[in-house]
Design a protein. Structure first.
Length: 308
């Protein structure tokens, strides 16, 4: 991977950006991003996985990983749902004609997880980022530091998320239709995600004046007030180009800008509420969830209305 100079050719009509690089609140300057060869002000190539695609490999513990259907972590209850997903992918004729950027937060110790992403779903995204503690050509990781006193630790997640959003805004806003942010332990069915984002439901939502697309799983638990939820970080959350622009130019500069902690999903949702009072219901026409916070086996066997 080399330092990327983004071409103007093929870009969309650019709206004026209200925040210039280096002017974000409590975000490190771009010179702090160090590339794989020690270069500063580094911007990664979002097409890196397509330029050197990886084949799927199981290098060890094959007997444990390749259990008979229904005997793995999917459980007997989850296997039929995996078959339904496969059947849908093979038979669906719905549109998927959107450009999706997948931003994954990780660290130098997460190479096994990001290796799995590279060998499976990562190449199906139109752009990919592994926001990490170091840049590495072999793993595809990119050094993207934040101002958190916790560095790249778990308690630094909130500030790391703020930095990732600013980086996407500064460098890739005009090149993609949607942006999905998640951790390196997520498996994303990109075809289904694109199908949802290309749907009439999403189109109609964003074409209502004042609506912005912030999409995810509505998490409500414990002693939260009735009707309150946040977009759970387990499955990650998705935003349109318009929503990313509005978030970075608004709440990112003013909302909880120095807050620390691991609850980046709560932070993101609370700050997004400064722009949106309502969020799109991401369930399908049958009421089934598209974003899943737990493994498929648990979702498939969960009680009542929370079931798969």
């Amino acid at each position: 991977m080399d330092v990327l100079t983004l071409p103007n050719k093929g870009k969309r009509n650019q709206e004026e950006k209200l925040v210039q690089p280096g002017n974000h609140t409590n975000i490190p300057p771009s010179e702090m991003r160090i590339g794989p060869d020690g270069e500063t002000d580094y911007v990664h190539d979002p097409d890196f996985v397509k330029l050197s695609p990886r084949s799927f490999q199981i290098e060890e513990n094959a007997a444990e990983l390749c259990l008979p259907p229904g005997e793995g972590s999917e459980l007997a209850e989850g296997y039929p749902n995996l078959k339904n997903i496969r059947n849908h992918l093979e038979r669906s004729t719905e549109r998927r004609n959107v450009k999706l950027f997948c931003a994954v937060y990780t660290h130098s110790g997460g190479v096994n997880n990001t290796k799995a992403i590279l060998e499976t779903w990562g190449g199906r995204c139109d752009g990919l980022l592994f926001a990490s503690s170091e840049s590495n050509k072999k793993t595809g990781h990119m050094h993207l530091p934040s101002n958190s006193r916790w560095g790249f630790g778990y308690k630094g997640m909130l500030q790391r998320t703020r930095t990732i959003l600013a980086y996407l805004y500064d460098n890739f806003l005009e090149d993609f239709d949607y942006f999905h942010l998640c951790g390196d332990d997520v498996y994303m069915i990109v075809e289904n995600m694109k199908e949802f984002l290309a749907s009439t439901k999403v189109y109609n939502w964003e074409n209502v004046q004042g609506n912005l697309l912030f999409a995810g799983f509505w998490v409500h638990w414990g002693h939260m007030p009735e009707g309150y939820f946040y977009l759970g970080g387990g499955s990650g959350y998705t935003m349109s180009r318009k929503a990313l622009k509005a978030f970075v130019e608004g709440p990112l500069q003013t909302c909880q800008t120095h807050r620390e902690g691991s609850a980046e999903d709560v932070f993101f949702t609370e700050c997004a509420r400064e722009l949106n009072t309502e969020f799109i219901d991401t369930r399908d026409s049958l009421g089934a969830h598209r974003y899943h916070q737990m493994p498929i086996g648990r979702h498939s066997s969960f009680p009542g209305k929370y079931k798969w």
